[in-house]
Design a protein around this ligand. Sequence first.
Ligand code: PEP
Ligand code: MG
Length: 317
Amino acid sequence: ERERLSRLRHTPAVTLDGQKIELLANIEQPSDTATALAAGAVGVGLFRSEFLFMGRNGHLPDEDEQYLAYKAAVEGMHGLPVTIRTVDVGADKPLDHIRRADDHLNPALGLRAIRWSLSEPAMFLAQLRAILRAAAHGQVHILIPMLAHAHEIRLTLALVQKAREQLDAQGVVYGPVQLGAMIEVPAAALTVPMFLKHFDFLSVGTNDLIQYTLAIDRVDEAVAHLYDPLHPAVLQLLSRTIAEGRAQGKPVSVCGEMAGDVTMTRLLLGMGLRSFSMHPSQVLAVKQQILRSDTRKLEAWAQRLLASDEPSELLNE
Ligand code: PEP
Ligand code: MG
C-alpha cells in the first residue's frame, strides 16, 4: 500500500471533475521540509514556529537565529510557498518549565498565541523582522494564531508595519509577504468578514476550533470521547468560513488534524475546501481520496450532512 501511494507523489491533486486541490505540509523544524517535499506537498501550510522557542529554559531565539531557521525552511522548499505561523506558545505548548502554562487555571483560555505575542511586543517584533527578512529568499506567508478581536487585528497589523519600518531604518533587506489569520476561535469563525477585510488568506485551525466550540480540553483524556470534529456546530462554523472566504476570492485552508484525516476529505471537498495542510505522512493518502472524488456529487451530500443532527451517520454514504 505504501509503495502504491508513493507512486502518487508526482501526480497532481485533481478531482475527477477537474478541481485542482492544494496539498500542503505542516512542519515543526526547517529540516522537516525534506519530508514535506518527499511526500509531494506543494508548499508548507503551517510552520509551527513555537518549536524554535520551546524547551529552552527562558532563553528565546533572537532575530538572527530565527531568520536563519526561516531562511532554511524557505530554501528547503525550493521556491514553493512557506507559511510561517507566529509563535503559538501556552496551553498545550508550554514555553518551558519556568513559565509553565499550567500555572494558570485555564491555560487554553489564557495568555497563549497572539495574546502572548502582543503582550511581549519586543519579542514579537523580532520574530516579524526575522520572517520579513526570510521573505527575501522565497515565497513567505505570515499566519497569525488565535485572533478573535478587532483590536488584536489592528495591533498585529500595526506591528507588522512597524517591523518593516525598523528594517527600513536599519537598511536591512526584506521581502513581500501575504498575511493570513487562523480561524480557531468560534468568535473568529462568526466574524469572518472582519478578517477578510484585513487579511490575504485564512487558515482554519480545527484542533482549537473544536476545542473551543465544544468546550472540550483537547489534551484532557477524560473528555476525549466528546471531542467531535463532526459535531454540527463545528461543521457549520467550518462551512461558513470556507464559503465566506471563497465568496470573496480569498484562499481558505484547513491546517488542523481534520485536513489530514482521510475520512474527512470528501466532506471538506463537498464544503468547498480546495487547500489542505497536514502532517507530511498524510499527504499521499489524502491525495488518493481526492483523485477518486467528484466535487459536484459531494456538494449536495455535504449540505445534507450539515443539516443533520448526527452527521457521523451520513459520513460513509
Ligand atoms: C489547530 O488548532 O488546528 C492548529 C493547526 O494549530 P495547533 O494544533 O498548533 O494549535
Ligand atoms: Mg491551534
